[in-house]
Design a protein around this ligand. Structure first.
Ligand code: DGY
Length: 429
C-alpha cells in the first residue's frame, strides 16, 4: 500500500502545473472539467489547499450563463498539441452571447457535474483550512449557478433532467449508447481537421476517424450558434444516467454546504428529490436491470447496456428494488469481469463490446470509484470491498493507466493518468 500511495502521489505531483492538474502530460495537456473534480478528491489527501485551488482554477473559467467548460486551455501549450484547440472553439469570440470569459480560452461544451461533490469532499478533508480561505463561501454560489444552467438551459426534454448535446459531454465519447444518435449526424470531411490524439494514443484504443468527423460537426454547429442552447438546433441530444446521477449527488453536496454556511438548504434538497424521481421515471429500465440513455430525438430509451447505467447506484434514496436490481446486474454475466474485478464500460456480452476501444468495453477507474461509493451508500459493503481490491490491484500493475482491458487487465490509453492516481489515493485513505 505504501508503494502504491507513493506511486499515485508522484503521478499527481508530476501532472500539477502550478494551479491545476493535467489529466495526462501527453494526451490531455490542458485542464479538463470532470478530471479536475476527480483529481481534487484524491489531491485533498496530499494537500487540501492544492485541492481547493484545483477546483477554483476551473471555476475561474466559468461562463456568465453558469456553464463550466469541459476544457480550460493553457496558453503555455502549443496549439497543435491537442485537437480541438482554442482556434477551433474560439470561445472568447464565438461564446460572447453565452458569456464566455475573455480569458482563458475554453471549449464551449460541458462535462458531468461532479464538482460540488468534489468540493464538499475537499472541504471535509480540512474544514479549518477551508474556513480560513473562505472556500465554501466562494464556490457555493458558482456551483449553484452551474446547476441552474443545467436545469434551465439544458432541460431540452422538458422532463426535469439535464441533456447532453455532444458525446464528449457525458464523458463517454464513443460509447455504443451514442451510435444510433450519431448516425444521424453528417460527419465533417476528414481533410478539414487533424487529430492530435493519435500522436500519443494507439488508434485501436481511441475513437475512430468517423466518430471524430461527427464530434467536429456537432461542436462546430454549436459554435456557429454562439453556444446558445436556444439558438442551436441540437442534432444530438440525450439524457445520460451518469451525468444526471452526478447532478443529484452534487445537488445534495450543495445542500450540505448550505447547512455549514448557515444558509437555507431546502432549495437544494427539493431539487435533488425531484431529480431523483425524474431519473427513475425517465431512465430506469426494470427489464434490463439498469438505467438507459434517453435519445431526445426519438424520445425513446437506447437499447444498450453501459456502465453509466450502473453509476446511479451512487444516488441515495433510490427505490429498494432499483438498488437490488442494479446490484444483480453488476454481479451478473454482463458486468462482472472475474479476473480484474473491475466494471467494464460496456456489457461484456453486448454486440458492440470491444475490450480495447475507449468507452466500448475497457474498464475505467472513475466509474469504479463511483460504483464503489454507491455500494457503500447502500450498505453493500462486501461488494464494495471486492471492487476496491480490484481497483487497487489494477491501478498499481497498470501504471495508473487511463483504462484497462476488463478481462485481462492489459493497460490501455494513457499511463500516469491523473484521476486513476487520485482515486487510488482516495481509496487508500
Ligand atoms: C478527448 O479529447 O479524447 C476527450 O475525451 C474529449 O474531451
Amino acid at each position: 500500500a505504501d508503494a502504491l500511495r507513493r506511486g499515485a502521489s508522484q503521478v499527481l505531483l508530476a501532472n500539477w502545473t502550478g494551479a491545476s492538474t493535467v489529466p495526462s502530460r501527453t494526451l490531455y495537456p490542458h485542464q479538463w472539467s470532470w478530471d479536475s473534480a476527480f483529481v481534487a478528491v484524491g489531491l485533498r489527501h496530499l494537500s487540501a489547499h492544492r485541492a481547493q485551488r484545483e477546483l477554483e482554477s476551473l471555476l475561474a473559467a466559468q461562463w456568465a450563463d453558469g456553464r463550466i467548460p469541459h476544457i480550460v486551455f493553457s496558453p503555455a501549450v502549443p496549439e497543435d498539441a491537442y485537437f480541438p484547440s482554442p482556434s477551433f472553439w474560439r470561445s472568447s469570440q464565438a461564446g460572447q452571447v453565452s458569456g464566455a470569459p475573455a480569458a482563458p480560452e475554453t471549449s464551449g461544451i460541458v462535462q458531468p457535474p461532479v464538482h460540488a461533490l468534489a468540493a464538499w469532499l475537499v472541504h471535509r478533508a480540512d474544514p479549518e483550512e477551508s474556513r480560513r480561505r473562505g472556500f465554501l463561501d466562494r464556490v457555493h454560489p458558482r456551483l449553484t449557478a452551474w446547476h441552474d444552467y443545467l436545469l434551465t438551459r439544458r432541460d431540452l426534454g422538458g422532463g426535469g433532467l439535464a441533456a447532453a448535446v455532444h458525446p464528449w459531454e457525458p464523458g463517454t465519447d464513443n460509447s455504443p449508447c451514442w451510435d444510433r444518435a450519431l448516425a444521424r449526424v453528417e460527419p465533417a470531411l476528414p481533410g478539414t481537421f487533424r487529430r492530435a490524439d493519435l500522436d500519443h494514443g494507439r488508434s485501436a484504443d481511441r475513437p475512430t476517424d468517423l466518430d471524430y468527423g461527427r464530434y467536429v460537426r456537432l461542436a462546430a454547429d454549436y459554435r456557429e450558434a454562439g453556444y446558445d442552447d436556444r439558438a442551436t438546433r441540437h442534432a444530438f441530444a440525450v439524457e445520460d444516467p451518469c451525468f444526471n446521477a452526478l447532478l443529484i449527488v452534487s445537488e445534495r453536496a450543495l445542500a450540505a454546504m448550505a447547512r455549514v454556511l448557515g444558509r437555507d438548504d431546502t432549495p437544494h434538497t427539493a431539487r435533488a428529490d425531484a431529480l431523483t424521481r425524474h431519473l427513475v421515471t425517465r431512465l430506469w429500465d426494470a427489464d434490463a436491470g439498469l438505467f438507459r440513455v434517453r435519445d431526445l430525438h426519438t424520445d425513446t430509451l437506447v437499447d444498450e447496456g453501459a456502465v453509466t447505467g450502473l453509476v446511479p447506484l451512487v444516488v441515495p434514496h433510490l427505490p429498494a428494488e432499483v438498488v437490488r436490481s442494479l446490484r444483480d446486474t453488476l454481479t451478473g454475466p454482463r458486468f462482472r469481469a472475474p479476473a480484474t474485478r473491475l466494471v467494464p464500460s460496456y456489457d461484456l456480452t453486448g454486440p458492440a463490446f470491444d475490450a480495447h476501444r475507449y468507452w466500448r468495453g475497457p474498464a475505467w477507474f472513475n466509474t469504479a470509484w463511483l460504483i464503489h461509493r454507491g455500494l457503500r451508500v447502500h450498505g453493500l459493503d462486501t461488494d464494495a470491498a471486492r471492487l476496491r481490491r480490484g481497483f487497487l490491484a489494477e491501478a498499481g500493475h497498470s501504471g495508473f493507466a487511463e483504462y484497462v482491458d476488463p478481462v485481462t487487465g492489459t493497460p490501455r490509453g494513457a499511463r500516469h493518468f491523473s484521476w486513476t492516481a487520485s482515486l487510488t489515493l482516495d481509496l487508500l485513505n
